[in-house]
Design a binder for this molecule. Sequence first.
Ligand SMILES: Cc1cc2nc3c(=O)[nH]c(=O)nc-3n(C[C@H](O)[C@H](O)[C@H](O)COP(=O)(O)OP(=O)(O)OC[C@H]3O[C@@H](n4cnc5c(N)ncnc54)[C@H](O)[C@@H]3O)c2cc1C
Length: 382
Amino acid sequence: MSDSTITPNYSQLASKLAACEGLSLQDIALADLTTLRLGGQPRLTAVASTPEAAVQALRLCDAAQVPVLAIGGGSNLVVADGPLELVAVVMDFDEVRVDADSGIVRAEAGAVWDDVVAASVEAGLGGIECLSGIPGSAGATPVQNVGAYGAEIADVLTRVRLYDRHSDTVEWVEASALELSYRYSNLKFTQRGLVLDVEMRLSTDGLSAPLRFGQLARELGVAEEEDTPRRPVAEVRTAVLALRRGKGMVLDDADPDTYSAGSFFTNPIIDSADVDTVRANVAALVGDEEAAQMPVFASGEGRAKLSAAWLIERAGFHRGHPGPDAPARLSTKHTLALTNRGSATSAELVALAREVRDGVRERLGVTLEPEPIWVGVGIDDV
Ligand SMILES: Cc1cc2nc3c(=O)[nH]c(=O)nc-3n(C[C@H](O)[C@H](O)[C@H](O)COP(=O)(O)OP(=O)(O)OC[C@H]3O[C@@H](n4cnc5c(N)ncnc54)[C@H](O)[C@@H]3O)c2cc1C
């Protein structure tokens, strides 16, 4: 991080970055790099075509005491409007190696995640088919332990090749050292390192991971009594992509419901002792019958996970809120996605996020936490 007494010399830094093999300086605003299509102009944007170049970019920025933002697919970022005092480093190295015999898959950080899933499924490997259609890069998947439809990267990740900024070393780090948990790892919010490669061990019998998600199991015709059902990987990928498309959760240039950062809030995890209070708040607002249907999942000793989307809807925020003329609104397919209809500013999106968070807190007594990474702006700022 930069020291306020030092004024970074960006032109000197630009010359050093430009001289690095595998780095190219480009004039790109963050709005062109994020799926929300929001965000101002960084001081510099360096595109790294090799892992070595990405590491070198971070080293030079750290030496100049300049803030850095690593960017893969920009699909989990909320970035401030206006000029940004940082250097954006874009991961643009994307080799993928799939070993169908051993089930080992290695992907460089900049590989498009869904290409990695497609190649693995094509090779008949199982374990990541439920993560089909998640936007972004392979290198970012451990950062928030991406997950969907009952699976998460933690289930299959063996290790990552990490550049550690504090020790200035590159080494393979076991997945167990990343503290992977629900939408979290010790790489999220910490900027401690740069993932250069991910390695996964997948199953080689052509079948998916056990189907744990009711909606997906129903889509695949799984009978209630079937114990740990598994299906051919390609079948599961097709079903997941269809479900995701229906919710605007697969990027599509033609569909502004996908100009988002995916699920904007994590599912809240609360003390089990507080569940009845939340249920009573729901009942007071929308009636006992609705309150009885409140989804509650066990989440470790004495903790319960609620559904953020369900709470948002019960608090009175419907799809498309606040209405068809608003430049920032909830997706018309899914209340958990905040979308930029094309002309929104970050400030407008942040105001919408705050309105939803505050509304759910005031009416139901639950504080929703945003899932994406915030850059230069916070939910209470503008
Ligand atoms: C339509 C849509 C649907 C989504 N669905 C899901 C879903 O089902 N499940 C889910 O978990 N997420 C989902 N997301 C969120 C997002 O796609 C994931 O979090 C994804 O892994 C982000 O990857 P990225 O490359 O775009 O990361 P970016 O947005 O570029 O970066 C996110 C964070 O990771 C850091 N980062 C990026 N690359 C690296 C690296 N190589 N090393 C270290 N840090 C890095 C960045 O600095 C930043 O802090 C969705 C998003 C969208 C837009």
